[in-house]
Write a protein that binds this ligand. Structure first.
Ligand SMILES: *Cc1c(COP(=O)(O)O)cnc(C)c1O
Length: 462
C-alpha cells in the first residue's frame, strides 16, 4: 500500500458515542471488599456507602451500583461532545523508528480543554452536585491537572470550586493555578490556614511542603464544614473509574470496527488508576469471561512510588488525617510522602480498589519504571509522533516501547494499545531539566515505606 493510504487516525461519529458508562462491579468474579468507616471501623452498608455525606446522592449510588450500564445524563453527553470522541491513533512513525513488527495504537485524551482525561469525570461530578442543589465543590490537586479539570467543569455549571493544591506544586507550577483562576476557581496552597488540619500542620512547620493525602484531608474537612459544599475526587474511587470508561468504550468500538483488530497488550500509567482503568475495564471483562484469555493489561507506576509492585494489600486510609473511608488496596502507607518526581499525578500512596482487586485475582499485571527512562521514551515519542506527553503518560510510553522492542526480537506482530492520558504543555520545565541532564532517578524508598506501613489502621475482622 502507498503510505499516503495507510490509516493513522480512527474516530467514531458523534452519534455513535457511548450513551452509558460501563460498571464492572456486577461482572467481577468475586465481590469488591466494602468501604470501612474511618471512625467506627465497621463496613459501610452498600446501599449507604459513605456515612459522612461527602458526595452527592447520585454519586454515592454509583459507587456501589449493581447496574452494569449507567446512563450518561443528556447534559453530560452534550458537554462530552465539546471534545469527544477522542481519536485512536496508529503510531506508525514510532513503529518505523523502532523497526518493530508490532502495531502500536494510542487513544489520545490530551485534546480535552484541560489537556487530560480528567474532565470525563469532572463534568459528571459537577453535573450531579448542581442538580442536587449544591453551590460549591471542594477538592485537592497535586500538580494541578485535576484541579484545573474540576475548575473548568465548575465554570460550565456555575459552581464555585475551591482547590487545595499541594504547596510544593503550587510554588513550582504556577500555570495550572492560573488555569484554575481563569476558570473562576479559588486555589490555595495546602496545608492552608483555611482548615483545622491545615492550621495544625502549619503550626508544626510553617512552610510545610504538603502532600496529596493532606490536601484530600483539607478538602474533606471543607466539605464537612459547609452545608452547600460537596467533596469531589479525581481518581481512585469506583465512580471516577466508572465515568472514565467512556475512554475504553470508544476505543473498543473503533479498534474492532474501524481498525479491525483487538489488542494483545494494553498499557497505561496509574496514579490512582482512573485513566487506565477507564480504558481497560471494558476490555478486561472479556478476559474475565474467558473469551480473551491471553490479553495482557500492564499497569505502569514509578519506581519511586511503586504502590502495586512493592506495596502491601491492606486496609488503609485514603488521606493523611483519616477523614476519608478506609479501603482495601495496595498501599505504601497513608503517611508515605513520595519523592518529588515530575509525574505529580503518580505520587499517591494507594491505588484504585478495583485495580487492586483485579491484580489480586490475576487479571492485570504491574510494572515500575524509573524517571529518566520515562523521559527518554517521552522524547522519542515527541520526535516521532510529534506529541509532547505528560510526564505521567511517559511511564506508559516507556513500557509500550519496551514491549514493541520485544516484538522485534521475537518477530511477533502484536497489537499494543497505549492509553495516552494527556499532553505535557504545562510540564515543560521537567523536559527542560531532562534535556539539561538535571533530572535524577530515585531508588525505591524502602525505609520510608516501612515506617509508613507501621501506621496502617487496625480494622477488626467482620
Ligand atoms: C492525573 C493524571 C494521571 C494519573 O491519574 P490516574 O487517576 O491514575 O489516571 C495520569 N496522567 C495524566 C495526564 C494525569 O493528569
Amino acid at each position: 500500500m502507498n503510505i499516503s493510504e495507510e490509516k493513522t487516525m480512527f474516530i467514531l461519529d458523534q452519534k455513535d458515542m457511548p450513551t452509558h458508562w460501563y460498571n464492572i462491579l456486577p461482572d467481577l468474579p468475586e465481590p469488591l471488599p466494602p468501604l470501612v468507616h474511618p471512625v467506627t471501623k465497621q463496613p459501610c452498608p452498600l446501599d449507604m456507602p459513605l456515612p459522612p455525606p461527602l458526595f452527592p446522592d447520585a454519586i454515592n449510588k454509583q459507587e456501589f451500583s449493581r447496574e452494569r450500564w449507567i446512563e450518561i445524563p443528556d447534559e453530560v453527553q452534550s458537554i462530552y461532545k465539546t471534545w469527544r470522541p477522542t481519536a485512536l491513533h496508529r503510531a506508525r512513525r514510532l513503529e518505523k523508528a523502532l523497526d518493530t513488527p508490532a502495531k502500536i495504537f494510542f487513544k489520545y485524551e490530551g485534546t480535552s480543554q484541560a489537556g487530560s482525561h480528567k474532565p470525563n469525570t469532572a463534568v459528571a461530578q459537577a453535573y450531579y452536585a448542581k442538580k442536587e442543589g449544591f453551590k460549591r465543590l471542594a477538592t485537592e490537586t497535586g500538580a494541578g491537572q485535576w484541579g484545573s479539570a474540576l475548575s473548568m467543569a465548575g465554570a460550565l455549571f456555575g459552581l464555585e470550586v475551591k482547590v487545595y493544591m499541594v504547596r510544593v506544586s503550587y510554588n513550582q507550577k504556577p500555570y495550572r493555578r492560573i488555569l484554575m483562576e481563569t476558570w473562576g476557581a479559588k486555589c490555595v496552597p495546602s496545608p492552608s490556614p483555611d482548615t483545622e488540619i491545615g492550621k495544625k500542620l502549619l503550626a508544626e512547620l510553617p512552610n510545610h511542603p504538603g502532600s496529596l493525602g493532606i490536601a484530600i484531608s483539607e478538602a474533606c474537612e471543607d466539605a464537612f464544614a459547609h452545608d452547600d459544599t460537596k467533596y469531589s475526587i479525581g481518581s481512585v474511587v469506583n465512580h471516577v473509574l466508572l465515568h472514565q470508561t467512556v475512554i475504553g468504550l470508544e476505543t473498543k468500538k473503533v479498534i474492532t470496527e474501524q481498525a479491525d483488530t483487538y489488542p494483545d497488550i494494553i498499557v497505561g500509567c496509574v496514579g490512582g488508576g482512573s485513566n487506565f482503568a477507564g480504558m481497560y475495564l471494558p476490555f478486561v471483562v472479556d478476559k474475565i469471561k474467558g473469551t480473551k484469555k491471553d490479553l495482557r493489561i500492564i499497569n505502569v507506576e514509578p519506581t519511586s512510588c511503586p504502590t502495586i509492585t512493592k506495596g502491601i494489600y491492606a486496609w488503609d486510609y485514603g488521606d493523611v488525617a483519616g477523614l476519608a473511608p478506609i479501603v482495601m488496596m495496595y498501599t505504601l502507607g497513608h503517611t508515605f510522602i513520595p519523592s518529588s518526581i515530575h509525574a505529580g499525578g503518580l505520587r499517591y500512596h494507594g491505588m484504585a480498589p478495583i485495580i487492586c482487586h483485579l491484580h489480586r485475582l490475576g487479571f492485570v499485571e504491574a510494572m515500575a519504571v524509573p524517571q529518566l527512562a520515562t523521559f527518554a521514551a517521552g522524547v522519542q515519542f515527541a520526535r516521532t509522533e510529534g506529541i509532547i506527553s505528560a510526564p505521567e503518560t511517559n511511564h506508559a510510553i516507556r513500557v509500550t516501547i519496551d514491549e514493541a522492542l520485544k516484538c522485534k526480537e521475537t518477530g511477533k506482530a502484536k497489537t499494543i494499545l497505549l492509553a495516552h492520558s494527556g499532553h505535557g504543555h504545562f510540564d515543560l520545565a521537567s523536559y527542560d531539566a531532562y534535556l539539561a541532564n538535571k533530572l535524577e532517578d530515585y531508588d525505591y524508598p524502602a525505609e520510608k515505606v516501612k515506617e509508613a506501613l507501621a501506621h496502617l489502621p487496625e480494622v477488626p475482622k467482620f
